[in-house]
Design a protein around this ligand. Structure first.
Ligand code: ZN
Length: 497
């Protein structure tokens, strides 16, 4: 009797295994599969089967697998979910810590942040300065994109560590890089040891980091007051990171700083080259100053992946502009109450800060100055694209406490601004998918529509190889195999007041 029951159970299990339905099948989509930075394969008349969060089959054979859910995607375009490889997930854009409602606003922000990214088709994000605990916190507010982090390696009193005591630096920047004249007496010998040589890299790797970030920043504009990492140390860290298979991102946006980053052999430039330090005296149309051209040529030669982060200067110009209005797009990701706060005296604090220290310039003139720097960034991007550089979609959201930069929306704006700067639509799709996967060694999971990869996909109502606006014409998002209608991720559907 017992034996019979066992056999019966076994048969039931095996027949289930043989004829099990897959979780999801997508029929009739035109599949756009990025191959490399210059090629996207177009696949018609295929269906795609997804099970346990992964793509398990892409085929045109007549015998389709049974599926628990079938999506007829006739007339739609299937692409990999986008990766935004430069986002800061910790704090609400423009939050004023002293506001009586700061905590409430921050909590509400964390609850909607993941959905905001998904609404604009971003299914993977990389935060260049975070920790494993930060990633868990982000994921806990699901639904959310798959999130990865880099270990930030500032130096004592350097950029991204200004004003932090040595003890606080150890606490808040767990992977900082030690330098010669650090006040080591503030830490225990083992704490000091934890920041020597390759120690922070080994530690971040075992903590699950996807990359390391170095800072080449001596101060913005003409300033040069911030201590830099010693160049010999930067080079050694890049070598150590390579042996740990950790790509190194570099914060740098001025020509002298990007030159240092290039010389240190970094893998990913985390910003566009928009600060040329001197006015362009080159009178030939669209020609670049020789120093700028030299750095950009090295970026191409060394195949350093490049995040133009056009969103940075764009959103700084917007927050400075006294005539800035929240366009309808902002109402997709922000509740009305939040927009009202941003418009209030308290909410405009960073706008006032951006408007200080310009002498007698009018508001219009200030904005024009920022836009000029933005155009230099566009010009640098156009040059790199023309010369075959590897481009990455990375929006740097938010780059500063500016309300003009919002999760997901800024990623979409970054795509449109890259396209405006001259990046063609094939290269743009690759920058948002396969290039990011390759640059961060995540190509076994993401970046293309292929069997075995994570089923993070988008169904678009129009063709992204015909118009950039297709990235804002999303029908649905497939997140680790779950099909989510875009409308379910709109702020109005999220139950936020
Ligand atoms: Zn950043």
């Amino acid at each position: 009797m017992k034996k019979q029951t066992l056999i019966a159970t076994y048969c039931a299990l095996s027949s289930h295994a043989l004829f099990a339905a897959v979780d999801l099948r997508i029929d009739n989509a035109t599949i756009l599969n990025p191959i490399d930075k210059h090629q996207v394969e177009v696949i018609s008349n295929h269906w795609l089967a997804i099970d346990n969060g992964k793509i398990i089959q892409i085929s045109n054979i007549g015998a389709k697998p049974e599926a628990s859910q079938v999506v007829d995607a006739s007339g739609q375009y299937l692409i990999p979910g986008l990766t935004d490889s430069h986002v800061h997930l910790k704090t609400m854009p423009g939050l004023l810590a002293s506001d009586p409602n700061a905590e409430k606003m921050q909590t509400a922000f964390l609850q909607r942040q993941g959905a905001n990214y998904l609404y604009y088709g971003v299914t993977q994000v990389i935060d260049p300065s975070n920790t494993a605990a930060g990633m868990s916190k982000f994921a806990a507010n699901g639904p959310a994109p798959d999130a990865y982090f880099c270990g930030a390696m500032p130096v004592y009193q350097g950029y991204n560590a200004q004003g932090l005591s040595y003890a606080k630096l150890h606490q808040h920047k767990p992977y900082f890089a030690a330098q010669h004249n650090d006040p080591v007496n503030e830490l225990t010998p083992s704490q000091v040891q934890a920041h020597q040589d390759a120690q922070p890299l080994t530690r971040m790797k075992s903590d699950g980091a996807t990359c390391a970030k170095l800072y080449f920043e001596d101060g913005f504009g003409e300033n040069s007051q911030l201590p830099l990492i010693r160049q010999a140390d930067a080079k050694r860290l890049v070598d150590s990171a390579a042996s740990l298979h950790l790509p190194v991102m570099a914060h740098a946006n001025a020509v002298d700083m990007q030159q240092l980053a290039v010389e240190a052999n970094i893998n990913i430039m985390a910003h566009g080259l928009w600060n040329w330090l001197t006015p362009n005296t080159n009178k030939v149309a669209n020609a670049l100053p020789p120093k700028v051209k030299a750095v950009l040529d090295s970026i191409v030669e060394q195949d350093i992946a490049y995040q133009a982060t056009l969103n940075v200067m764009h959103s700084l110009a917007k927050v400075t502009d006294n005539t800035f209005e929240f366009s309808p797009e902002y109402h997709n990701v922000l509740p009305l109450s939040q927009i009202d706060w941003y418009k209030s005296e308290a909410g405009r604090w960073f706008s006032r800060e951006m408007n200080q220290g310009w002498g007698t310039l009018s508001n219009q003139q200030k904005v024009a100055r920022l836009e000029h720097v933005f155009h230099q960034g566009q010009q640098a991007l156009r040059y790199l694209h023309k010369h075959g550089a590897t481009l990455l979609l990375g929006s740097d959201t938010p780059p500063a406490p500016t309300y003009a930069s919002q999760p997901g929306l800024s990623t979409y704006l970054e795509l449109t601004m890259m396209h405006q700067a001259g990046v063609d639509l094939v290269s743009l799709l690759s920058a948002a998918t396969i290039n990011n996967a390759n640059a961060f060694a995540l190509e076994h999971r993401y970046g293309s529509v292929a069997e075995g990869k994570v089923a993070n996909l988008l169904l678009l109502n129009s063709n992204p190889l015909e118009s950039v606006s297709a990235y804002n014409n999303i029908d649905s998002i497939i997140l680790t195999g779950s099909h989510i209608e875009r409308s379910a991720l709109h702020i109005n559907a999220l139950n936020h007041k």
